[in-house]
Design a protein around this ligand. Sequence first.
Ligand code: NAD
Ligand code: ISE
Length: 336
Amino acid sequence: MTVRIGVIGTGMIGEEHSRRITQQLTGGEIVAVSDVNVEQASTVVDRLKLDAKVYESGLELIKADNVDAVLVTSWGPTHEEYVLAAIAAGKSVFCEKPLATTAEGCRHIIDAEIEAGRRLVQVGFMRRFDSGYKLMKEAIDTNRLGEPLMVHAAHRNPEVPERYVTPMAIHDTLIHELDTFRWLLDDDYASAQVIFPRKTRHAHSKVEDPQMILLETTQGVRIDVEVFVNCQYGYDIQCDVVGEDGIARLPEPQSLIFRQAGQRYNEILQDWKKRFGEAFDVELQAFIDGAAAGEICGPSSWDGYAAAIASDACVKAQESGQIEAIEMPERPAFYG
Ligand code: NAD
Ligand code: ISE
């Protein structure tokens, strides 16, 4: 069975995902696209030579009879409305992170999915599909490190546009770490604090950059994350897990070592497209296969909600300068 997919939001990642579904993966076909910028949607259809109808409204696309499954790759604040509409239409939906920009928005999605009676939503937390993070998870799960005690991490982007503002360091960027550490440590968060070091001269006026986020889990693991989105030099994701019996470091992406012009060096990637390219392939293939089988798996709405609860606390901590408590409600049996 070919899963007929509609894509809402044909910007950078919408185009990337459409390209991989069309050219690399199996079992899926893009039959419909939509973007508030209709010209952008048409350009992507032309560029990728898609046999797809362009819709002016994402909600109309979701209702279309020939759309079996939906990819939501528009801006974060628009996700909730589209995911709710896909659930109402009984269609499988892959939603890029964040599931919604607040926990309240995610809660609406959870309530609707439970009401629908089956899992329909996969959230785009692609790090769970990255080979390096999977090795770390295996090392922790098989007790190679003893009990995890601390995590030191960094999430660096070369630069961000004017529309990227201070809270986005949390709900757009740190949200990856907030999901990753819950999954790696099989734990939830108890508190969060955000510290603003001296600001880089490369950041525009509406974003504090860099930021240091300090988290504590319910098991007492301490986590520090540096978010630095105007670091200039590259896209750099770092993670060390310190355990009782050893430390595991996330592998660097494979790259050639050059000896050239009196220097020995290797290049640093510049964006998420290459850094997580293989992880995107695996997560989307899982979504297509899940939609075909009627059994969506991978990161769930509950994972999106849990990350958003921590994200809300971090945004509050940005404003208060205090340590903010994080309380997770009990997970409904529906989410295992
Ligand atoms: P982008 O700005 O390049 O593209 C977003 C597109 O959505 C634009 O073309 C815009 O016109 C369209 N859009 C905005 N509002 C819309 C609406 N209401 N209906 C339909 N279309 C609408 O942004 P992007 O970098 O592609 O990011 C899109 C989403 O993907 C964001 O949620 C972002 O956080 C996520 N993302 C995830 C990763 C990752 O590593 N997993 C990487 C990049 C982006
Ligand atoms: C972007 O939306 C992503 O998801 C990238 O992975 C992240 O590094 C970046 O900070 C976000 O803006």
